[in-house]
Design a protein. Structure first.
Length: 232
């Protein structure tokens, strides 16, 4: 039986982008796109070494030294597959590691995406299977299709299919055109998740407290990991 394809709800996407539009002018989007392109170029020209492989990835920059020491040999073993774009194979190996931490998938696919932008970055804010949260779930008409069983490889494939559908919708609706095509989907997903974060904060917290949150455009760049990259 052929699996059902993920379907992005274009109207829901438009609602999220409309809410974000006051904060995302063309200059900001062009700068974000340029920074993402420059980040990928720098990785392609000189792939980072340790500890930058921890420090520059959003999922791992706050790991304790103890956890870094424990997981470096196992993370290092995945890097040849990640760099070759063989992410599904890397995830198959990762799935077999006892006590696999939640950050490992995010970390591995982050570096795969920077090395080859066509590879999807499966960040936890894109889709977190356990708690069933993430930007993709907010956009899909049929979010249940991301549950591809327990295999990391299969779930990654489904996430990739959903992102490709999102890219097609963005192209057809001419959304976020100041962003280069290869980065439009991650910028969109970060924007959607930022809208979700601010919406939830305004519901659950007092208005005064939400004023201490970073500005919306900063949150988008933090999700994309650009804030740390600027300081490297």
């Amino acid at each position: 039986m052929t699996p059902v394809a993920p379907l992005v709800d274009a109207e829901v996407l438009r609602e999220f982008l409309d809410k974000a539009e006051p904060f995302l002018n063309d200059a900001y989007l062009e700068k974000t796109s340029s920074d993402m392109a420059e980040r990928s170029r720098s990785v392609q020209q000189q792939f980072p070494d340790w500890p930058e492989l921890w420090d520059l990835a959003p999922a791992t920059r706050r790991l304790s030294q103890e956890e870094r020491s424990l997981w470096r040999p196992r993370a290092e073993a995945l890097l040849p597959l990640v760099r070759d774009g063989r992410v599904e194979e890397a995830l198959e190996q990762a799935a077999e590691l006892p006590g696999r931490p939640k950050w490992l998938v995010d970390w591995a696919t982050f570096w795969a995406h920077l090395e080859r932008p066509e590879r999807v970055w499966w960040a936890r804010w894109v889709y977190a299977p356990g708690p069933e949260t993430g930007a993709l779930l907010l956009l899909l008409d049929n979010p249940g299709v991301l549950k591809a069983g327990d295999a990391l490889r299969d779930t990654y494939v489904r996430v990739g299919e959903a992102v490709r559908f999102l890219e097609a919708v963005l192209e057809s609706t001419r959304s976020l055109t100041p962003v280069a095509a290869e980065f439009r989907a991650p910028v969109t997903l970060a924007t959607v998740y930022a809208v979700y974060m601010f919406t939830m904060a305004s519901w659950k917290l007092t208005e005064e407290f939400t004023q201490v949150l970073p500005p919306f455009p900063v949150v988008v760049r933090v999700l994309l990991g650009l804030n740390r990259w600027e300081g490297k």
